[in-house]
Write a protein that binds this ligand. Sequence first.
Ligand code: BGC
Length: 386
Amino acid sequence: MKIISAIIIAGFFLGGRFSGQSAEETIFKPANPPAMQPLTDHDSPAYHAAKLFQHGANLGNYLEAPPKQSWGVTVSAEEFAAMKREGFDHVRVPVGWHHYAGSAPDFALAPEIFAKADFVVTNALNNKLAVMINIHHFGELDKDPVGATAEFLAIWRQVAAHYKNFPGTLAFELDNEPHDQATTALMNPIYARAIAEIRQNNPGRTIFVEPGSWGDIAELKNLVLPPDDNVIVSVHCYEPFHFTHQGATWTGTDFLQTGIVFPGPPATPLEPDLSLKPKPWVLDWIKKYNTLPAAKNPSGPVAFTGKLKYVHDWSEYYGRPVHIGEFGAFTKGDPQSRANFYSAFRRTAENLQLGWCIWDWSAGFRYWDKKEQRAMPGMHAALFDR
Ligand code: BGC
């Protein structure tokens, strides 16, 4: 698989995203630092903007790839029309701006990346899709958030200036999945500075922010945001991870077991592949998957329902709309299970008034079959049947 090996070559290891948190731990209690003031206006610009970001697709593995590298994705103008026709209302565009930044102190961005991003943004907007651009895989910020702040702010200064006259349906997301040293606590003041920077020439632009630990729901409680009324919070959720990431080589060795269906239990118990040297906790998960009834099965909606309910309750209490910026299942899972999963997840999110954005449009977790020019089996109904 070309795409996967390119990611491995690029050195990404996304294993830390599996939280293993139990359902009981997800009951909401207000716990953010006192500086995180609840906002009382639920009719604010952020809430209005959130209505435009309900059913989205991530244009993954495209503009976040370093220059001269292809991760196997290309995109044509016609594909944005297809996205709209399928029923999506927005597209999230991961962008590796940092790969195109010159040296300090200006960190001048090469025109090449603006040309590429403009093509995507303009075609999305022309097709009446809302669009969100971010900074994706900015490893320097994860390693040394304070040291990389100058570059982070310089990137946003330039991106904000470039897009200041674009319609309000273009949004910025400050950073994808901060992790390692980029804890929520360290990112809070950095986010506040970036928001202040962007506000100088984009007073009405919607800004998305993600908590640390890879946009983890459990990190919402550590966010401290300025009282800006056009900020939306975004979290990522790949539960049940053993199902969604089965066979994914970029998440370490604990998720290589394939043949996992959704929802469990399977008709015939899954024999663990011992050649993968599964750890005891993996074997324990497989045992539960083989034996627990559907309502309690770890490869079922129980893996995400409590978490999404927590997101909803947190959002209501703090007066901040929350968006699920990434969820999805790798194409190593069987098509029927993938469709079952996407359907169950997005229905749960919708019942809780949470906008969602699938990972991804046409890469390893794809919705769109480029060759056939149609949705992958079962995927259209999974996302859009009402
Ligand atoms: C990463 C992708 C990865 C996906 C699913 C995204 O956040 O950018 O590289 O394929 O998550 O693991």
